[in-house]
Design a protein around this ligand. Structure first.
Ligand SMILES: Cc1ncc(COP(=O)(O)O)c(C=O)c1O
Length: 392
């Protein structure tokens, strides 16, 4: 569906081609009508094409059952760009004290890299492997209290479902995190790019926006940025670079400055914006493409769920390895107990045992890395996004 819509947008003469379904044509016409000159080749407004921003807001309203304003939606070239643009707002060194940003450990390296690039202070809070990589409030408190001696904590990042840990936060946990952030006046970053990727029984995705709204006063006035992407979910169109940020409760002057700062980049790729439109505005019941869309979506999600299970079972069948259930996202994060001889071998070459293991994995299994398996040895984080069990 997305390729049909995007193809029609790129080559409007195909709108006369009978092989394209009518609903895909309607979507493409809607997007093109929102583009300057009726073409994807034109620059859009910096926060994105208005009709697509409106579709994103409608998607969020359907998902959460709470209002969303299209003017709070900023389209971006992948969630990464939105996250970096929002993080930039944290740069303000008061009397030489660095602003601090709380991030989970293990984390997705976009965060540590951006924090370092922007000269911010990284405040790591450790997820708890023994509770399926749970987010423990006492640990959040510890990390905050230690860091406030050396920096000015300004923001808290939560990745839910988690990369690389594959955990899905229960609602009570999200409520506790929101209250924690409120008490300390922290800006919340909710990285929710895996919101469609929840597999484990009893787990459900709860958006920070929804929980914050349902907590009511005073929490519903908190500053929050939540991020979504076309790279994950059932679309997986990561190369086309589409994403959005919903920014709520921003001070109007801060928002104005933010919009000014993104205007220097002109606009996110219109192609990525069109793909994002497909994510948030999929075929509805009664549309010609509906049945096919639903069956493809189901097939992709159930294949990912199957792979999540298969990867964990395989790890747990290997002596010395153990792995938590993958509740969501696209990753397994196993623990590897190195045998005494491997530890000795590491010592003999002057390497830490985990560094030794990672180098051995890279050197001995490089051919594997280059073929179908995406083994991220350096972090021992195994992604199954592009891994087809049929060809493994
Ligand atoms: C947690 C998380 N956030 C953000 C991103 C970036 O996604 P995008 O491709 O939309 O920039 C990724 C990509 O893997 C991710 O895992």
């Amino acid at each position: 569906m997305d390729y049909e819509v995007v193809s029609l947008c790129l080559m409007p003469s195909l709108l006369d081609d009978d092989t394209f379904p009518e609903d895909a044509k309607q979507r493409a016409r809607g997007i093109l009508a929102g583009c300057r000159g009726g073409s994807l080749g034109a620059y859009s407004d910096s926060p994105g094409i208005e009709i697509i921003r409106r579709h994103v807001a409608e998607y969020i309203e359907r998902r959460d059952g709470h209002p969303s304003s299209w003017e709070n939606i900023v389209l971006c070239a992948g969630a990464s760009e939105g996250i970096r643009g929002t993080m930039k707002m944290m740069i303000q060194h008061d009397n030489g004290i660095k602003p601090g940003v709380m991030i989970p450990i293990p984390q997705y390296p976009l965060y540590s890299a951006t924090i370092a690039e922007f000269n911010l202070h990284q405040i790591g809070y450790y997820l708890d492997e023994s509770t399926n990589w749970g987010l423990d409030m006492a640990e959040l408190e510890r990390a905050y209290n230690e860091a406030k001696e050396v920096c000015l904590p300004k923001a808290l990042v939560v990745i839910n479902p988690g990369n690389p840990t594959g955990n899905v936060l229960p609602r009570e946990n999200i409520e506790a995190v929101i209250k924690f952030a409120h008490e300390r006046n922290l800006f919340l970053f909710a990285d929710e790019v895996y919101q469609d990727n929840v597999y484990a029984d009893g787990c459900k995705f709860h958006s920070f926006k929804k929980v914050l709204m349902e907590l009511g006063e005073p929490y519903c006035h908190m500053e929050l940025a939540s991020f979504m992407s076309c790279s994950k979910g059932y679309m997986g169109e990561c190369g086309l670079r589409g994403g959005y940020a919903e920014l709520i409760n921003l001070d109007p002057q801060v928002k104005a400055m933010y919009l000014k700062s993104i205007s220097a980049k002109l606009c996110p790729t219109t192609l990525g914006q069109a793909v994002m439109d497909c994510v948030v505005n999929p075929p509805c019941e009664g549309d010609v493409s509906y049945e096919q869309f639903m069956s493809e979506k189901k097939a992709v999600l159930s294949s990912l769920a199957q792979r999540a299970k298969m990867v964990v079972e395989t790890f747990n069948s290997v002596p010395g390895m153990s792995c938590n259930i993958v509740q969501g996202a696209m990753y397994a994060f196993p623990q590897i107990q190195l045998p005494p001889k491997a530890i000795e071998a590491a010592k003999a070459v002057g390497q830490a045992p985990d560094v030794f293991y990672a180098f051995q994995l890279l050197e001995k299994h490089w051919h594997m890395h280059c073929s179908r398996h995406r083994v991220w040895a350096a972090s021992w984080n195994i992604s199954f996004q592009n891994h087809n069990p049929a060809t493994a």
